[in-house]
Design a protein around this ligand. Sequence first.
Ligand code: PLP
Length: 463
Amino acid sequence: MHAPIDRRSFLKTTTAAGAGLSRAASRLAPLLAAAAAPAPAAPGVAAPSAAKPALLGGAPVHTGGWSRWPQWREAWEDDLLKVYRSGKWFRGSDTRVEDFETAYAKLLGAKKCLATASGTTALMVALHVMDVDAGDEVIVSPYTFIATYNAILNAHALPVFADTDPATLNMDPATIESRITDRTRAIMPVHIFGMSCDMDPILAIAKARGFAVVEDACQAWLAEYKGRRCGTIGDLGCFSFQESKHLPAGEGGAVAGMSEALIDKCNSFHNCGRACGTNKGSGSFTRGNNCRMTQAQAVILLQQLGKLVEDTAVRRRNADYLGEQLRQIPGIQTMRLPEGSRPVWHLYPFRYGATEFAGLSRDAFMKALNAEGIPCSSVYREQYFDGLLDEAIASRGFKRLWSAQRLKAYRESLKDLRGNQQVCATTVALPQTLLLSDRAGVDHIVEAIRKIRVNAAALAKAS
Ligand SMILES: Cc1ncc(COP(=O)(O)O)c(C=O)c1O
């Protein structure tokens, strides 16, 4: 059995596999693989390979690893050292964090942006400012990193899951209405793997009911929906700059929005409740937290904004090509994207149909693909059964805030997330670093999957 690993350990493992590999060496990798492997198909050619799978003793399709992540450039070092040598490390000691906020807001087309210590703290700040309070309910996607759940639970609110649309991996807007109660306060769409949710129906429900919309855009830097960048469409949008992300600073996050007053409120809450900007008039302190970004984080982020734009274009180009190739393979279903949207591919997912692969289980398929030199993972499990929610609803606070009957019904309802169950059971995802490769690298992904399909019966027998 393939042991499930979380997305971050997966990203860590896969990117470490390519550590030390220069860009030039990665261009050489296909040539080395060609020398080692028995006649892989020519790039872009759809003919299936009959070569022996690596798992059964054949040569792997891809050798030499993939780009490492995060990526560092020597040219960035002086600026970072300047910060450390200056002794001005704290947000309030210099202007680097504000410089980043201005630049990132401009890149997103947001009115204003607030940098935070992490994506989780960005979500917590945004929920607080949108008045999500103890005893409220937030309708959210179940198919996400657990930080999304935690941000809601930390507000002593209940994450109520809309179902996942298996065709998109995102929240199915048609399942929102049935989750609404008199406690519902907000909707939190998650643009998973950098693919935008279908925002129009979500916004329409929110508008009709007076709900706030907080976008979890923690995986969706520069993703678009109908001409607007994800994270600027709802009331507030949140981003993560953790190490695995496309714009990494080790840790870091941001809240963006089109309302200066809301972002100023976010600023106050994230800075120990100090009055700020448009809400300075209030004069006094509000409740608050310390979710501030440091100057060094901001410098690292500022350095990478141009690279984010360049990398995004490369990932998009490769993903478009990969999608065209994968759609020709029976049993591989690529994702349906909302009309007018442009994803950024934090991971590249597809749904795997075992029946088209001679009954080869998803775990055995992934094992075979990994052996071919193509890292992949099943990403998220049904995490709502992992103990986190049971612990929350058994707590004194939650029992005080909801009736036993409501909490029991809530726990039962977790079994009804049929779309999400399907998604968790059939999704396979490739790390984003594979999309930074050259065309030959992308061809290797396709070639490896074809090779597994041709040999699926033998692989199934051996698994
Ligand atoms: C969808 C999603 N939401 C929230 C977060 C939390 O961000 P952070 O790790 O920066 O706290 C992440 C980070 O992995 C994420 O992927």
